[in-house]
Design a protein. Sequence first.
Length: 337
Amino acid sequence: MMLAMVVLALGTCPGQPPAPVSEPPAEPFRLISATPEDLGTVHGGVAVVRELRFRNTSEHALRPRISWVSCGCLQATAKPEAVSPGAEFTIRIVGTAVPAGPAQDLSAKYVVSWSVDEQLRSVEGEVVVRYSPSTDLVVRPTEIAAWCVAGEPLRVPMWVREATTNAMAPDALRPVISAGPGLWIQPVAFQDVTAPDGPSAVRAGLELGPTPPGIFDGWVSVGSAPEAAALRVPIRVRTVLPWAASPGAARLRASVGEPARAEVRLRPVGSSTELPACTLEVEPGIEGLSATIEGTTIRLAVTRLRGPDGAVVVVRGPDGALMARVPVVLWPTQRAR
């Protein structure tokens, strides 16, 4: 018993050094050179480059690769693909400076992998380059919200100029279009308004359309490419059908078991003034419900009102284009006894 207590006391002696703690393995490579991370002020269109060079300091073959980039405008490479012991490899990122806007950060992540005793190991790293665009731009409007008739174009005025200098040619100020799904935008009617010895400016009419009914989002960019836009003007366009019902819905009311009738008139919403010959579809079909059109008047009739129900009359033009949608409500005035 006494021997056991002596052994225990020796094991907890304050003067005894602690057991060694295992450390994570060191990186099998080291940085030997790097170009500056902050490039300062850069003119639009100039290449923005950052390069890191490493040396393989291990006894293993390394395989560097790029795993992520901050934007599609950035090109990142890791070369060579296989690095023998003592050899060097380079991580390089290249982008194009935008002409204006806030300070820019471009970055890419890389992974270096190797095998030890048939077990794969890897180390991740990141390379960053920063710069400030050299030009300040003024864009009006700063956002666009508009509505148009489906199938008809819409023009929105836009104005772009430099705030202080005339370092940029008007061509560099012309908008670059990046539209959302279903939204078609085209810059038209460019007019250069460059004052002598003053800031460059461009006036542009943006033509939107034709688009189907709905709400569509996109943006207009000023820059070398949509992905590297200096400024973005968000656009939201709501498109409506060219004809609408007045009143807004057809209401058929009668006692249960009795017939009912209603009519609505179609009025133009866009530039069209004459309704072409149209066909009608009732969706979903309701037993005994019929719809006819004469001129701009839609007449609905149900032979026997069975109870509360609803449908939509779809009005299509000769080419099948959607012209209007008319809600239909069937509502009994009293229940059958």
